[in-house]
Design a protein around this ligand. Structure first.
Ligand code: 6PG
Length: 251
């Protein structure tokens, strides 16, 4: 696994750099095989990135929308029009303005009453979209991830059951913080991606980012330390505030 760390001046510069990285990776995938699959992250940091991809003419023109399929890395167990919905955030910021067919946008059916059904349905969607044989993993061309101050990414929170899942592609994960279920891709899927791009911004992430990037984790690694694409790139895109505590040779 090749790990890269890019430090940008601030959140806006970070999202611009990430947008360019995403466009590069998407076009490389289309060049190589005619299609591109992207798993979006939720949270607040990527909203600016998503807006840039449709609001900036050069970026909008550079995204291979016609050959791209959109997925999510995780979703909260809420309806798609709920204020906490990752789908709603991406739809408002980007997809409602992008020239992409709705058949190419694969949201997690998080309105289903049982989160486990939503997870099974989404796993079936992955099997169909990636034409998976039994036991095969989907290989996303790009997976976007954020990182929480506790080191979680997607909906893989410290100490939660989903971190241990090695067979299923998608699970419903009970997250004590927030006392709710979330639906999430599992580690085997995330680590099978061709390119994982972490987006980390803000002072409140600095301590965790140093721990993830610079501390060997003797016992319980932070979830974000478990992202090691087996045959892919790991790109950390961070701003100066989040990188504040990194050793100087990384800054
Ligand atoms: C979610 C995301 C989650 C997010 C981190 C960081 O559903 O919220 O999947 O993993 O990426 O919590 O969020 P921020 O970018 O808002 O700090």
């Amino acid at each position: 696994m090749k790990r890269e760390i890019h430090i940008e001046a601030d959140a806006d510069a970070l999202c611009r750099a990430a947008a360019n990285e995403l466009v590069r990776a998407a076009n490389a995938a289309v060049q190589a095989k005619g299609t591109c699959t992207v798993a979006l992250s939720g949270g607040s940091t990527p909203r600016r990135l998503y807006s840039l991809l449709v609001d900036e003419a050069t970026l909008q023109a550079a995204v291979p929308w016609g050959q791209t399929q959109i997925f999510w890395g995780d979703e909260r167990h809420v309806p798609p029009d709920h204020v906490d919905s990752n789908y709603r955030m991406a739809h408002e910021a980007m997809l409602s303005k992008a020239s992409i067919a709705s058949t190419k946008v694969h949201r997690i059916k998080s309105e289903l009453p049982d989160a486990r059904d939503a997870a099974s349905e989404y796993e079936q969607t992955l099997r169909e979209c990636f034409h998976l044989a039994s036991g095969q993993l989907p290989r996303f061309d790009v997976v976007l991830l954020g990182m929480g101050p506790d080191g979680h990414m997607a909906s893989l929170f410290p100490g939660t059951a989903a971190l241990q899942e090695r067979r299923r592609l998608v699970v419903a994960n009970w997250v004590e913080k927030g006392a709710s279920y979330r639906i999430t891709l599992t580690l085997p899927v995330l680590n099978n991606a061709a390119c994982v791009i972490f987006l980390v911004s803000g002072e409140e992430k600095a301590q965790t980012l140093r721990a993830v990037l610079e501390k060997e984790a003797p016992c319980a690694p932070l979830p974000a330390q478990l992202i090691r694409p087996t045959q892919g790139r790991l790109v950390w895109m961070v701003d100066r505030a989040a990188a504040r505590l990194l050793s100087t040779d990384r800054r």
